[in-house]
Write a protein that binds this ligand. Structure first.
Ligand code: 6GU
Length: 261
């Protein structure tokens, strides 16, 4: 997979070179590059923003530097050798981190982990001239995505969060693929609580079931904990989970699930 980020702040992305994602880059499972938007503003002052048409506070990003930068990224990709494991290139996915987008979930992460080329267009100020997105539809699969209901100063931090969620689902990036199956959100539920040794720590015990050696009971306990935690902390997820499985919010209580998909 290739990932590009177009940004006024390329340094924001340096931490991605650490840890598992950095290792995936070294193994050529992933290629990541940043493109400095200001290099594509060819007026004397390299301006990337201007006042909003129709008035209002703040500044809006000018369309032409974005079009030039995105064309550059697209051309560089079609010219480059495929990364290992890649087949024929498809339409690149253009992700627009914006609080006005659909909320990014594990489902988006799984879907985007199968893409060949992701480009993150990291806006600043009040946003990017909207005509850029209409224009981009010709050559990109355009996806406005938000990471939650709050406002950040720009798309970079949101892009980093999405890149981490997506790239850890690429085969080979996370060492043990079982850890992807059991974690929070993989099943639509939050994960159950976890414990390690010692069995007694500062007067607090590990739940006895987990020490029983009875794998079926342990799986049932974990499933129950997941359901209870999700119902308490995320009633929205709980309702969706029970409705999708049984057509009603109380059906999961008597489901007798095995705890493993
Ligand atoms: Cl994706 N961008 C910005 N600027 N703010 C956000 C966001 C994205 N998601 C939540 N808040």
């Amino acid at each position: 997979m290739r990932i590009d980020a177009v940004t006024l702040f390329p340094d924001y992305f340096e931490p991605l070179r650490l840890s598992l994602i950095g290792k995936a880059m070294e193994q050529d499972l992933l290629r990541f590059e940043t493109t400095f938007l200001r290099d594509f503003a060819w007026d004397k002052h390299h301006r990337v923003d201007d006042t909003p048409v129709g008035g209002g506070a703040g500044m809006v990003m000018k369309p032409e530097p974005w079009a030039q930068a995105l064309d550059h990224v697209r051309r560089r990709h079609s010219a480059a050798e495929p990364a290992s494991g890649e087949s024929r290139p498809t339409r690149p996915v253009l992700i627009l981190p914006t609080p006005a987008g659909e909320v990014f979930t594990q489902r988006h992460a799984a879907d985007l982990a199968a893409a060949d080329h992701l480009i993150f267009a990291c806006g600043r100020y009040e946003g990017i001239d909207h005509r850029v997105f209409d224009w981009a539809e010709d050559d990109f699969d355009v996806r406005p995505l938000s990471i939650g209901d709050y406002v950040l100063n720009g798309g970079e931090v949101a892009a980093i969060a999405m890149i981490e969620a997506i790239t850890r689902l690429i085969p080979g990036v996370v060492g043990n693929p079982d850890s992807l199956v059991e974690e929070s959100h993989a099943s639509g539920l939050l994960e159950y609580p976890v414990y390690t040794k010692p069995a007694t720590w500062r007067g607090r015990e590990v739940p006895a079931t987990l020490l029983s050696g009875d794998h079926a009971r342990i799986a049932q306990w974990r499933q129950d904990q997941s359901l209870q935690r999700t119902r308490r902390v995320r009633p929205d997820l709980y309702a969706r989970y029970t409705q999708s499985r049984h057509g009603g919010p109380d059906a999961a209580d008597e489901s007798g699930s095995t705890g493993h998909a």
